[in-house]
Design a protein around this ligand. Structure first.
Ligand SMILES: Cc1cc2nc3c(=O)[nH]c(=O)nc-3n(C[C@H](O)[C@H](O)[C@H](O)COP(=O)(O)OP(=O)(O)OC[C@H]3O[C@@H](n4cnc5c(N)ncnc54)[C@H](O)[C@@H]3O)c2cc1C
Length: 265
């Protein structure tokens, strides 16, 4: 059971940040926090800070931290390919009711290794805006997020690039055993592989191969050979490596086919 000794409802993000910097716990949709036995001394409700929005401005789509995963999934502001990959990276997250509570801020801050959404954000070259630390690239945020801060918003490019998301899992709402997201825009390919089981990472060598025009199978092998995989109770390292080569190949083929059909963007 979750117990919160003191419940605070600040009206400004400055106040929320001051509380969190002093050791209080930010509360998103509580889907992770209320799981298991936990006692929180001071809980900071972020729902009065005006952080529930999705806005398209100046080539960016900004999602406030208190926007739900479900709102992101249903948002009509993304291009067709981007929207399909975004939805695919969220639709296995338990169920619709659950995703109506999960927040973008909670998804980011939790930095779970098997998160599909983080792989999508990394391939998309997203930015994370934090109240204290300012703007961080998704790569920097995944590498080392600040110890105590408030995620204010996630910024995704509102471009017409081609996107693909692929994953392998035991059953529909189970966690990914491996996932990958690929974006091809302006002739440049970004490939993120997650659930290794460590959090998503860019497959730098595979991206170079892709930009050199190597065939998709070679790009997939480059990702598998250069990223690190480990085993856990869900899958072994060798299995993950095999799957990586296959799903990266498939995703690269798909973005290239979309790109060619649209005349390259
Ligand atoms: C059955 C089950 C299955 C799950 N499957 C998945 C899965 O497949 N993939 C996945 O990624 N996750 C999964 N989760 C984990 C979890 O639900 C998500 O990571 C979720 O995004 C947490 O979001 P929330 O808004 O409910 O966050 P909360 O539970 O409220 O908070 C989670 C963490 O984020 C912090 N936080 C929340 N918002 C902010 C903010 N704006 N700024 C700073 N810190 C903040 C909290 O302090 C806490 O540390 C699963 C959980 C359960 C119970």
């Amino acid at each position: 059971m979750l117990r919160i000794d003191h419940y605070r409802t600040p009206e400004t993000i400055e106040e929320a940040h001051r509380l969190v910097a002093a050791g209080a716990t930010a509360l998103g949709g509580l889907t992770l926090l209320k799981h298991g036995d936990r006692r929180i001394a001071v809980g900071v409700d972020l729902s009065r800070l005006g952080l529930e929005y999705i806005k398209a401005e100046g080539g960016e789509i900004r999602l406030g931290a208190m926007t739900s995963a479900r709102e992101a999934e249903l948002c009509g502001l993304f291009g067709p390919s981007q929207s399909a990959a975004l939805r695919e990276s969220l639709r296995h997250l338990v169920g619709v009711q659950f995703r109506s509570h999960v927040t973008i801020g909670g998804l980011l801050w939790s930095r779970l290794g098997h998160s599909d959404f983080l792989a999508f954000c990394l391939a998309s070259d997203a930015l994370v805006r934090l109240y204290g630390a300012g703007e961080l690239s998704m790569e920097a945020f995944l590498e080392k997020r600040p110890a105590a801060d408030i995620v204010a918003e996630l910024v995704l490019p509102a471009d017409a690039g081609s996107y693909a998301f692929e994953s392998v899992r035991t059953s529909f709402s189970d966690r990914s055993l491996l996932n990958c997201a690929v974006r091809l825009a302006g002739g440049k390919t970004r490939i993120a592989v997650g659930a290794r089981p460590a959090p998503a990472r860019l497959a730098a060598e595979a991206m170079k191969e892709a930009d050199r025009g190597a065939d998709a199978a070679r790009v997939g092998r480059a990702a598998a050979e250069t990223l690190a995989f480990s085993g856990d109770v869900h899958a072994g390292a060798d299995y993950r490596k095999e799957v990586c080569a296959a799903i990266v190949e498939r995703a690269v083929e798909r973005v290239r086919a979309q790109d060619a059909a649209e005349g390259g963007k």
